[in-house]
Write a protein that binds this ligand. Structure first.
Ligand code: SAM
Length: 292
């Protein structure tokens, strides 16, 4: 690590136990995000107080179960996503994200929140996920923020009543939802956005299905993939349900592709304001939306 960063970390190490959430967030201003990520992966013994403040990483198995890869490979994708959402949020709103209230919808094991807390004081970060195991892992590994279990068909959110979010992100969530749940989530998240709030979701493009064909553990046939691609071409939406329990009469979770036109036609009261993607994770398009 560069001496400059070691010096800055030593200064934070000496005072972090006496700082409040805002002061901690400000203290990390001179620590680049890549170093902040490395601290979480390596947990260097030279900085026991910082390491104690940081959440622990879950096992590689947990990371792979939720997100398909683990540790440095996954961290590189996460870093790209965080850099994209932070810079795009600033570019659209011209407001500092450090004073905003943030929701990570479908937060899983807290992959995004763990890095987001470099930019946003932890008392302004919220996370929800309907899978109780996700929230349990977050709690076991001390992911910061206010975390709640949500519904699989989330017509409301379990966050404090009346609380609106300046920025809501849903990474790799709309890439898994049935059409009915997609529409419910879009409506609920819109209703929880502040007036100029931004919603960032990721979606799979049609090209995802050719990639899925080669996923050994999926066992998709050529004809099934053709059907899914045909559905995407025809209505802009394709869903391959996983073998899961039905909720309100249908499987809500699987693999999903969606076109931008589908969002324009079906996400009522929301406008697309930016589209991004990163080459390290090229089958996740990042779509930024604002209330119409
Ligand atoms: C692929 S994981 C992504 C987790 C996290 N966003 C990340 O990027 O690391 C998908 C997450 O969506 C959650 N999920 C499933 N159905 C959901 C729903 N109806 N509403 C919100 N989240 C849901 C799952 O429990 C899981 O944690």
């Amino acid at each position: 690590m560069h001496k400059e960063f070691e010096n800055a970390l030593a200064a934070i190490e000496a005072k972090i136990t006496n700082l409040n959430p805002q002061e901690i967030q400000q203290a990390f201003a001179y620590i680049p995000l890549d170093i902040f990520a490395e601290l979480q992966l390596e947990r260097p013994s030279a900085y026991p107080n910082i390491v104690q403040w940081l959440p622990e990483m879950p096992s590689a198995d947990v990371q792979i179960d939720w997100t398909g890869s683990a540790n440095h490979v996954l961290m590189d994708q996460t870093l790209s996503f965080i850099k994209t959402i932070i810079s795009t949020y600033h570019e659209i709103t011209s407001k500092p994200i450090s004073s905003r209230t943030i929701l990570d919808f479908g937060c899983g094991w807290g992959r995004i929140i763990r890095l987001l807390c470099k930019y946003v004081p932890v008392d302004k970060i919220y996370g929800v996920d309907p899978w109780s195991q996700s929230i349990e892992i977050c709690q076991q590994t001390r992911v910061p923020g206010h975390l709640f279990i949500s519904d699989y068909l989330p017509r409301t959110l379990p966050t404090p009543e009346g609380l609106k979010f300046d920025f809501i992100m849903a990474f790799s969530v709309f890439t898994h939802l049935s059409e009915k749940v997609t529409k419910i989530c879009a409506n609920t998240l819109r209703d929880h956005l502040s007036d100029n709030g931004i919603l960032a979701i990721t979606i799979r493009p049609i090209e995802y299905w050719d990639f899925a064909l080669n996923l050994e553990n999926y066992g998709f046939s050529h004809s099934y993939i053709d059907e899914l691609k045909a559905a995407h071409k025809q209505k802009g939406f394709a869903f391959a349900p996983h073998n899961r329990e039905k909720i309100e009469g249908e499987v809500t979770y699987g693999d999903t592709s969606m076109s931008l036109q589908y969002i324009k036609d079906n996400f009522i009261g929301l406008d697309i304001v930016r589209v991004e993607y990163n080459k390290v994770d090229s089958l996740q398009l990042i779509v930024f939306l604002q209330k119409a």
